[in-house]
Design a binder for this molecule. Structure first.
Ligand code: BGC
Length: 724
């Protein structure tokens, strides 16, 4: 080594040692600081920590320093904060400044069924179990914030992200996301309620302006978010890409400051969607607390970095504005035990696999079952033709940000093969690929004609223009010539069981009458095939119910009937107002193909004895009996809908206000109690700017779907209740 190199190395070493000394001694200064005392109240800890921070440190809290992180502040013991997609499991890591997979070998995760399917279980305990899986795996993967659940409403069957959301009804959505979030957060991981708000289509999602009236906004689109904030204490919210009433969601003073933080008292942080921030002033004053994904480098060029600093220095913004944002970020971190550290999590455990399987099993909706075509008797069926691309298609790594690098995925075909073993022969033909294919169709038809039974596994997939982020479907039809294929297959073999994967409804008019059995299977996750086989062969009795209406034709559904999708000149008007999903079909007396809440079982249920018991607050608990009158054990989703008889303002004919999933042995009868509260009768009064349940007459309906409600009772709300 030359002398000059030696001197240079010595200087470097001295610098390194002294900077280490500075950082250790300054970190030591914080030892014993109040914010480190986990027994002190969070508010006090946040204030103490904030009081120790420099301007630069506070600024570091409010913007990203890579695609999915914000910077560490080692002096104060604040670690780098990792965020991750998504709703269905912990996504694979991407490179720090790009979307390319990071190429790690430790970023696999469990692949859970899609949220639309979770909603179709109508089982709130499963929502909790699901959230626990997400939370434990996120902790194991070192993630502090999980970017989900999504809770946008299925306004149109065509939204490319419907599969990520819990369906068309705000009450069902709220019940599911509240339990999901509570369970994630109980694992010391923060959830993120997204996308706030009215991000109900992917078409022009980055520019579209949504015009929605106040009641629809409050009663339909904001309801799940309100529940996530008030009931589940969600710690983070993601603003949507679109505009609402002309204002970007990431700088929407009305949505973020007035409603979310003001009226609902949200104390957590609002982050932008990735590259969804548009201006420094708008974001700073409009209520954004964390800027993510802006496509500029270096990170100091983010809207809420250098330009925010300049604005503070020039006096355009007060320090209090930054303090408020910093506080919200610090609160999220302390609530997630970021500084004291978290216990290790767990990944893809036997329990996680079992939860994935149970959610899948309970999500399947049996839509048709003529002459007991299902379940199949594995001892009587000698040959099975599995037909359809989705029979062998892996689904985990598709759809956009909800993708998962899964440990494994059992396809429907594999599940059937495993289940059947050597008890029957199983053939497989795809029948179609990414376009209609005469050769594949002929082979499939031939296979169908030679088998005892056909299990057709088709539907949608995660390719662009189907269930895929960034694009919507072009129509409500089955793609790739499946309508024609299905007709040929069922002609060749009338014993054709149809299983459809997908995030929502498809038109089925051309073949539905001809097939004996139909199952809506959504995207059932890593245990798809095992769960499906167990249901088809009768080990599992289907108990899912639709979380969205299946219209006969696209034009029957509200946004399309009114020509208000995908919008004109950059604006989409939600002119159907409150009449989303079944509310529209009821009001317009349109017969759906399958109604909201519908789903069959291998057994039958009967409802009886509805009576209402007054409860202390002037409302009631509905009590009734459900009996399993068939010969198999099974579960029924009992649903309760409320109607206001003579509302002062327009109200839907009925709205879901309660449900209970009841497990009943064959022949068993149980009493079910569904408590109602003031919310169950309330609507949003735009003049009074508050929720109100007005004294008057109501009807309460109970039954097994929104169109099969055999029990009915009248209820009189004696006093008007103004809700908080
Ligand atoms: C999606 C979000 C997602 C984010 C990060 C965006 O494109 O809209 O849902 O969390 O990317 O991947």
């Amino acid at each position: 080594m030359t002398k000059s190199l030696l001197i240079f190395s010595l200087i470097l070493l001295t610098l390194a040692v002294s900077s280490l000394a500075i950082s250790t001694s300054s970190h030591a200064q914080e030892q014993g600081a109040m914010y480190l005392d986990v027994n002190k109240p969070i508010d006090a800890r946040v204030e103490d920590l904030l009081s120790r921070m420099t301007l630069e440190e506070k600024l570091a809290l409010v913007h990203a320093d890579s695609k999915f992180t914000s910077a560490a502040i080692p002096r104060l013991g604040i670690p780098r904060r990792w965020l991750s997609d998504g709703p269905h499991g912990v996504r694979e890591d991407v490179g720090p400044d790009n979307w390319r997979p990071a190429g790690r070998t430790d970023d696999f995760a469990s692949f859970m069924p899609a949220l639309v399917g979770l909603a179709a279980t109508w089982n709130v305990d499963l929502a909790s179990a699901y959230g626990k899986v997400i939370g434990e795996e996120a902790r194991q993967r070192g993630k502090q914030i999980m970017l989900g659940p999504g809770m946008n409403i299925m306004r149109t069957p065509l939204n490319g992200r419907n599969f990520e959301y819990p369906g068309e009804d705000p009450f069902l959505s709220s019940r599911m996301v509240v339990n999901y979030i509570r369970a994630v957060q109980a694992e010391d991981v923060s959830s993120c309620a997204k996308h706030f708000a009215a991000n109900d289509q992917e078409w022009e999602r980055g520019t579209i302006n949504v015009e929605v009236d106040e009641r629809a906004l409050r009663e339909i689109y904001l309801r799940p978010f309100e529940a996530a904030v008030k009931e589940a204490g969600v710690r983070t919210v993601m603003s949507a890409y679109n505009k609402v009433r002309g204002q970007w969601c990431s700088e929407n003073d009305y949505l973020l400051n007035k409603i979310l933080k003001g009226e609902w008292g949200f104390k957590g942080l609002v982050m932008s969607d990735w590259n969804g921030t548009h201006s420094t002033r708008g974001a700073v004053l409009g209520g954004l607390d964390l800027e993510m994904g802006t496509e500029v480098l270096p990170y100091d060029r983010f809207f809420m970095a250098g330009a925010f600093r300049d604005g503070l220095n020039k006096g355009d913004f007060t320090m209090e504005v930054l303090n408020d944002k910093a506080r919200r970020n610090l609160r999220q971190m302390l609530e997630t035990k970021a500084i004291e550290g978290r216990a290790p999590g767990a990944i893809n455990t036997k329990e996680h696999q079992a939860t994935a399987r149970r959610v899948a099993e309970e999500s399947f909706v049996l839509l048709k079952n003529e002459n007991k075509a299902l379940p199949l008797d594995v001892n009587k069926v000698k040959s099975i033709a599995v037909i359809g691309e989705n029979g062998a298609q892996l689904q985990a790594y598709g759809g956009g940000s909800a993708r998962i690098k899964t440990f494994y995925e059992v396809t429907p075909l594999e599940g059937i093969l495993r289940y059947v073993g050597d008890r029957a022969t199983v053939s497989y033909s795809t029948g179609y690929s990414d376009k209609p294919n005469a050769e594949l169709a002929s082979r499939a038809t031939k296979a169908a004609s030679q088998a005892d039974v056909v299990i057709y596994v088709g539907g949608l997939n995660h390719r662009p223009n189907f269930d895929s982020e960034g694009t919507d479907r072009k129509d409500m039809k089955l793609p790739y010539g499946q309508d024609e294929l299905l007709q040929r297959v069922v002609e060749a073999n009338p014993r054709t069981i149809v299983v459809l994967l997908g995030g929502g409804p498809v038109e089925m008019g051309s073949w539905l009458a001809k097939v004996p059995a139909l199952v809506q299977a959504w995207y059932p996750g890593m245990e798809s095939g095992n769960a499906l086989a167990a249901m088809l062969f009768g080990d599992v009795n289907p108990s899912g119910k639709l979380s969205c209406t299946f219209p006969k034709r696209l034009e029957d559904s509200p946004a399309h009937a009114l020509g208000n999708y995908p919008g004109k000149d950059g604006t989409v008007r939600y002119e159907e107002g409150l009449l989303v999903g079944y509310r529209w079909f009821d009001a317009k007396k349109i017969e759906p193909l399958f109604p909201f809440g519908f789903g069959l079982s291998y057994t039958r249920f009967e409802y009886s004895d509805l009576h209402l018991k007054p409860s202390g607050d002037g409302t009631v608990t509905a009590e009734f009996s459900v009996s399993n009158v068939g010969s198999r054990d099974g579960a029924e989703v009992a649903q309760l809908y409320v109607q206001e008889v003579k509302p002062r303002l327009q109200r839907p004919l009925k709205e879901l206000k309660g449900f209970s999933k009841v497990f009943l042995k064959a022949g068993e009868k149980k009493t079910v109690a569904i408590p109602l509260d003031e919310r169950s009768f309330a609507f949003y009064d735009p003049d009074k700017k508050s929720w109100i349940a007005e004294a008057g007459d109501f009807k309460i309906f109970v039954g097994g779907s929104s169109r099969d409600l055999p029990l009915q009772q009248d209820f009189r709300l004696a006093k008007t209740i103004n809700l908080k």
